[in-house]
Design a protein around this ligand. Sequence first.
Ligand code: PLP
Length: 459
Amino acid sequence: MDALVAGIKSSHIDSVLARETERFVATHPRSAALGQKSRAHFPDGVPLHWMTDWGTPFPLFVAKAQGASLTDVDGNRYRDFCLGDTGSMFGHSPEPILRVLAEQGGHGLTYMLPTEDTPAVGELLAMRFGLPFWQVASTATDANRFALRWARAITGRPRILVFNGCYHGTVDETFLRLDADGGAIHRPGLLGQVTDIATVAKVVEFNDLEALEAALADRDVACVITEPALTNIGMVLPEAGFLDGVRRLTRATGTLLLIDETHTISTGPGGWTRAHGLEPDFFVVGKAIAGGVPCAVWGFTAAVAQAMKAARARTGPGHSGMGTTLSANALAMRALRANLEQVMTPAAYAQMLAMSEGVERGLRRIIEVRSLPWHVSAVGARAEFVCGPTPPRNGTQAAKAMHGPLEAAIHLYLMNRGVLIAPFHNMTLTCPATTIADVDHLVATVAGACDALISGVES
Ligand SMILES: Cc1ncc(COP(=O)(O)O)c(C=O)c1O
């Protein structure tokens, strides 16, 4: 029987996948050869296993990228709406970052000592995000880990709380999920997990203040960590009053609140936090914050800074369990400063947001005209088409709208016609270099993919 998957016949998904796979193989011989060669020393031919997650028969090898454009080793050009899954959200190799690379390249890259960029970066971060104190890490994963460790040190509480369907990097304690009966389980697929995460974390649904209140009532949670909108399971937007409720309940129970803006920095120059007046205790942003140079920052309030001192005095000297050798290296600090001063400007955001509105409008129209049971959600320069009829309220509902083979067929169809979107779900990002022509091409190609899937024949 030909089952329907989000309004599409499964046999059509299979035929599009088969056709597009064949086409990809025919047009990417050099990627195929490099993949084969790399397998000698890299499992599956890639230096990071996520690089095989694109639904392609072998990894796509890149020659170069600039602005919103990426070229593979076979000379195929792509309009890039993935942008390194946010790492290059301000475009590939922005001019000010190129200058930093040239200048700093001759002055040493990492000394494990501060440079004269330090006070300037502190001021830029404080002004932009509204928190007075900062630390710098190399990845958002690390920034989250360090902030959570501090939260435990400050409060003396063992647990953290996450929302179902969240992703905050590879932070062990965040890999807790709800099962169908509302029990806490490990995220499927987790490797090498030796401790029961439920002993150090709790999980409740996003947009469920009642469940949050119950979970915080024991006062054993050091910190709630959340994105303002969940962006890693399709997209789940906060309902009116939800984030205010999270703040109210965390304050009432002496629980700290970490807002992770690594993806929602797409909202505007100060992230969702500034746009909506959130008041986190900790604030994290990574990935694109230094224009593509590995870097992340985490900020905290004066009260947290004070509490850190007290915690340090209680613990006494010794290794804190936080920090990595390359964190806040000279190159990262310089790139961070240049990015904050010259790249993440209001003008850049105005362009990104305008282009993303075009993407959003175009995608909505595609769905409407074809009466597909899909919808579109957006957070600033990040727009997502979700193959489910209504916007999900929580992670459980969002997970039901994710359809692996359907999404893979769409992604492959787009890649074969010069469009990259994020491989994990259907996320598109615009950068300051994205043009109307890029947006038009993306929309026309998604329309073509939908028609091919609906009809089952090449369109
Ligand atoms: C919201 C959020 N926080 C943190 C991270 C971790 O970033 P990284 O992998 O650069 O450490 C991610 C990665 O996707 C993310 O989406």
